[in-house]
Design a protein around this ligand. Structure first.
Ligand SMILES: Cc1cc2nc3c(=O)[nH]c(=O)nc-3n(C[C@H](O)[C@H](O)[C@H](O)COP(=O)(O)OP(=O)(O)OC[C@H]3O[C@@H](n4cnc5c(N)ncnc54)[C@H](O)[C@@H]3O)c2cc1C
Length: 385
């Protein structure tokens, strides 16, 4: 972990502002460094990530640490990521093996996952992208939005995109299946890159699939694939990962604040009765308590993954709490630093912009609250929506 810390501190953080101001430029130096040098040392970046022996908890710590340097850089890491996670969760042994081989080459490689469409993101059962069987092939047509690292996976590398499409629009979620689309497929077009509020070092693309023909064997999970349930299971580990991504931003804010307060001679007096503390001390202690509470939920959700136990409830809880805590901590950070906090001279305003997305992607705060409520109250998707 010390190695990840040095990368976050010495390599990522110094470039954070540049890539915030130069959206769509690739942090190639970092990506190649990770691929060529650091990958073997950072255990959780090893291609063995696609086999279950790798502790998920270790990945969460690494994600938090890299995100402390810059949260968007975490999404730039050449590793299996969200698409790889879907392949690991739902793929056949051959598909997993093929994925592992992609990550043993000489050039950085990425994966991505395309679920969201213009009319649906939260309600992914309403997907309209069509997959039609044609002999030994599938033909995909549709448009996907906000696909993280689509350009990296499909244009910059020999990567792969997991596309969720319906084989029968009338069947709802039962008709949805995941497909593997490989880089170089002429039916895939990266239509445009989004201009975003935050996470500007990470690219997010609109992807158009036009008569995109793929072999039948690229049906993820094969004939008996887990379809829609597979997509949902992907989120059980993706949500704690997104929460850990945000935890890095929140810790960066708190570390920075405490450093600045110390420079002004203000030391936080832990253990002193609350009514004797200054208002700033109370604020910082409250922020630290919230950060710790959120991190413990992330750890709990990750531990359940490592135990191979169901964690849908805990995973949503960790994501909701992280989204709330990051927003509060980054806003408070700006407040405590006054106008300087609002200026681009410091990274505080960037951390606030970056932090907001944790409550949006991998299921919004509202959707994760719905999932939590369904689990606690024992309602089905139809009964509580
Ligand atoms: C930076 C970034 C990266 C992303 N990366 C990816 C990616 O790699 N792949 C991918 O497929 N998608 C990605 N997304 C898309 C993201 O997952 C969706 O934007 C998200 O799921 C919300 O879906 P939506 O945009 O359709 O919003 P909508 O579903 O239209 O929601 C709009 C608002 O309504 C609320 N809402 C919706 N339904 C309910 C309900 N039943 N009850 C209460 N409130 C409700 C939502 O919480 C939200 O506040 C990314 C988004 C961003 C911003």
């Amino acid at each position: 972990m010390e190695y990840a810390e040095s990368i976050a501190r010495d390599m990522i953080r110094p470039q954070a502002r540049f890539f915030d101001e130069h959206e769509h430029e690739e942090p190639w130096e970092f990506e190649k460094f990770i691929w060529n040098t650091a990958r073997k040392k950072l255990e959780s970046l090893d291609p063995s990530i696609v086999v279950p022996e790798e502790p998920f908890m270790l990945q969460l710590h690494m994600i938090e640490m890299i995100s402390w340097g810059d949260a968007g850089f975490f999404l730039c890491l050449p590793w299996p990521a969200l698409g790889g996670n879907a392949i690991f969760t739902t793929g056949t042994a051959e598909q997993k093996d093929k994925l592992a081989k992609r990550f043993q080459g000489t050039e950085p490689t990425w994966t991505c996952m395309a679920l969201t469409e213009a009319h649906c993101g939260s309600d992914s059962s309403a997907i309209r992208t069509r997959a039609v069987r044609d002999g030994d092939s599938w033909v995909l047509n549709g448009e996907k939005l906000f696909v993280t690292s689509a350009r990296k996976a499909m244009v910059d590398s020999q990567g792969v995109m997991v596309v969720w499409a319906t084989v029968d629009p009338k069947a709802g979620r039962a008709g949805i299946k995941p497909f593997l689309v490989e880089s170089g497929n002429p039916g895939v077009k990266i239509f445009k890159l989004e201009q975003k509020l935050g996470f500007r070092s990470s690219d997010t693309a609109v992807v158009i699939l036009e008569d995109c023909r793929i072999p039948h064997e690229n049906l993820l999970g094969g004939e008996d694939g887990k379809g829609f349930k597979g997509a949902m299971k992907t989120f059980d580990s993706a949500r704690p990962a997104a929460a850990a991504n945000g935890m890095g931003i929140a810790r960066a804010t708190l570390d920075f604040l405490k450093e600045k307060l110390e420079e002004q001679g203000i030391k936080i007096r832990y253990g002193v009765p609350r009514h004797l503390l200054s208002s700033i001390e109370r604020d910082v202690i409250d922020m630290e308590a919230q950060l710790r509470a959120a991190w413990l939920l992330v750890v709990r959700a990750g531990w359940l993954v490592d135990q191979d136990r169901r964690n849908t409830l805990e995973s949503s809880m960790s994501k909701v709490k992280a989204g709330e805590v990051i927003t509060k901590i980054t806003q408070k950070g700006i407040e405590l630093m006054g106008p300087l906090g609002y200026s681009r001279r410091l990274l505080l305003e960037k951390w606030m912009r970056d932090g907001k997305v944790i409550d949006l992607f991998e299921g919004t705060g509202q959707i994760n609250r719905l999932i939590i409520a369904r689990h606690i109250l024992g309602y089905s998707n139809k009964e509580l929506k």
